[in-house]
Design a protein around this ligand. Structure first.
Ligand SMILES: NC(=O)c1ccc[n+]([C@@H]2O[C@H](COP(=O)([O-])OP(=O)(O)OC[C@H]3O[C@@H](n4cnc5c(N)ncnc54)[C@H](OP(=O)(O)O)[C@@H]3O)[C@@H](O)[C@H]2O)c1
Length: 237
């Protein structure tokens, strides 16, 4: 579409890793478009970015609600061409299998996996047309190994890995780069309701994950960073 600016779309930008990615990308000159349910937090972030000369937009997005997703896609498409899509929204609920409710299972699969599928499907055509684009999936070390008390989360992240790997191979002829980032534990709201004794102050911070995403996008040359595992030098908990 002519006359529309290129934008970096970041889901789950209302907190944690997504919020740090939004700030870092805006600081580096990208126009960012942010989605999540906590619209007040997103609006505040947009103000903060604009106050230092950056360009940002925010739109309500609930990945559990197809109407909300449709509206979000229309809103975003009206302001720009998504040439960078960062599928970051996600949640984990951890318990032994007998205690995992269908609701919790569905929420993890639908936000972490189905939501990423729908947004990728929506924005790939414009990337194909432009023969350029980056899609980043914020996965997890739980997308590479199974952990106890984590069946739904691990299943969603293994699925996300499969989605990313398939798209990468499908989209090579169109010069679209697909990157999966697999972080170990990161200090964020994610851990707020998790019954685990991992000390949050010893986790990686959200900024180092944002730096990794930026690094993968800014890579020049004919190579692409496909899979990046980032965990504490000390190892996982
Ligand atoms: N923290 C970790 O240790 C860690 C490690 C590896 C991977 N990750 C992954 O990193 C990503 C970001 O997590 P985080 O650590 O930054 O956690 P976070 O601070 O809890 O952020 C999660 C984000 O996902 C959004 N989200 C949740 N449900 C949503 C829905 N129904 N529709 C749209 N957005 C929704 C939230 O926004 P709203 O609630 O405002 O909708 C929030 O912005 C996730 O995919 C997570 O699996 C995290």
């Amino acid at each position: 579409m002519p006359n529309l600016k290129n934008i970096a779309l970041i889901t789950g930008a209302s907190s944690g890793i997504g919020s740090s990615i939004a700030k870092l990308f805006a600081k580096n000159g990208y126009s960012v478009c942010l989605g999540a349910r906590s619209i007040n937090k997103l609006d505040k972030l947009v103000e903060e970015i604009k106050s230092v000369g950056g360009d940002a937009h925010s739109f309500y997005l609930d990945l559990l609600d197809d109407n909300s997703i449709k509206k979000f896609i229309n809103n975003v498409s009206a302001i720009g061409n998504v040439n960078i899509l960062i599928n970051n929204s996600g949640l984990g609920k951890f318990d032994k299998i007998e205690n995992v409710s269908l609701e919790d299972w569905d929420e993890m699969i639908n936000v972490n996996l189905r939501g990423s599928f729908i947004l990728s499907k929506a924005f790939i055509p414009i990337m194909k047309q432009n023969e350029s684009g980056n899609i980043v999936f914020i996965n997890s070390v739980a997308g590479r190994h199974g952990y106890p008390y984590s069946s739904g989360y691990v299943a969603s992240k293994f699925g996300l890995r499969g989605l990313a790997d398939s798209l990468r191979n499908e989209l090579r002829p169109f010069n679209i780069k697909v990157t999966s980032i697999y972080p170990g534990a990161v200090d964020s709201y994610f851990w707020e309701n998790v019954k685990a004794s991992f000390p949050r102050e010893e986790m990686m911070n959200t900024e180092e994950i944002a730096e990794t995403v930026l690094f993968s996008i800014q890579k020049t040359g004919i190579g692409a960073l496909e899979d990046i595992v980032i965990r504490r030098t000390k190892g996982d908990f």
